[in-house]
Ligand binder design. Structure first.
Ligand SMILES: [Zn+2]
Length: 252
């Protein structure tokens, strides 16, 4: 049976979260020919600026710049991501079984929003339950950008690696060198005019603060110094890598 082209799936609550946290990683891996996907859990209907359709249009443009293979957006309730809600958990289980990702990461900007706090727990539960064949996972409401995989859902799925964007004050387990993808990450962020541009009637928010872009650059350079490269994005993994051979790339 054909399998979806999904080496990496990044799950985040709102459009733009993945670009903020892991846009460089996605573009870097896409440039290496990997199948990279994003899943937005909500349509962002509670956003201070822009409606869900405008944000989805922005997400589509950003997805093209990052070289994503595909992106889907569920319609879980914005502001109420809940890791103990069965409907929400089985929706994510369905995504895992449908895309069959090798790696699964979550990408919420740390501690900025209750959905950002809840998403790693929701995904952790779904990753575990996706392996249980007696758990049914009906297809949730979703809209798609890019390739929609032609194959059917797997009955069960266990990803190889599960992790989260590393919090600023935590110790990373892994870095991705995003030096060559930095300009593309900024270009992807530029697609979200409704979220990052503070002009006209836009409400002031944390992410349309002019200093936000400076903080992102500071973080990328900070992780880069730790990794021995110009700019990096950092991950916290659930479990430690176990090697059976030397890596094919040098460690910086
Ligand atoms: Zn968000």
């Amino acid at each position: 049976m054909a399998t979806p082209d999904c080496d990496l799936l990044v799950i985040s609550p709102h459009t733009d979260d993945v670009e903020i946290a892991l846009g460089g990683t996605l573009r870097t891996l896409a440039d290496r020919g990997r199948g990279v996907w994003a899943c937005d859990l909500t349509r962002g209907e509670l956003a201070s600026n822009a409606d869900p359709d405008e944000r989805w249009g922005e997400a589509a443009r950003a997805s093209g710049i990052l070289g994503l293979t595909g992106r889907l957006q569920l319609s879980l309730p914005d502001g109420f991501i809940n890791a103990t809600d069965r409907t929400q958990v089985t929706a994510v289980v369905w995504v895992l079984r449908r895309l069959q990702p090798r790696w699964v990461l979550t990408a919420p900007e740390a501690r900025r929003h209750p959905d950002h706090l809840a998403t790693p727990d929701l995904v952790r539960r779904a990753v575990f339950l996706a392996r249980l064949r007696n758990l049914t996972s009906p297809e949730p409401d979703a809209r798609w950008w890019g390739e929609r995989p032609v194959c059917d859902c797997a009955a069960t799925w266990i990803p190889e690696v599960v992790g989260d964007t590393c919090l600023d004050d935590a110790a990373p387990d892994l870095f991705f060198d995003i030096t060559s993808a930095w300009e593309a990450k900024l270009a992807a962020l530029d697609c979200y005019e409704s979220q990052f541009r503070r002009d006209g009637d836009r409400h002031p928010t944390a992410i349309n603060d002019p200093d936000f872009r400076i903080r992102l650059d500071d973080r990328a350079r900070h992780w880069g110094r730790r990794a021995g490269v110009d700019r990096a994005e950092a991950l916290s993994l659930r479990g430690r890598p176990v090697l059976g051979d030397l890596p094919s790339e040098r460690w910086a």
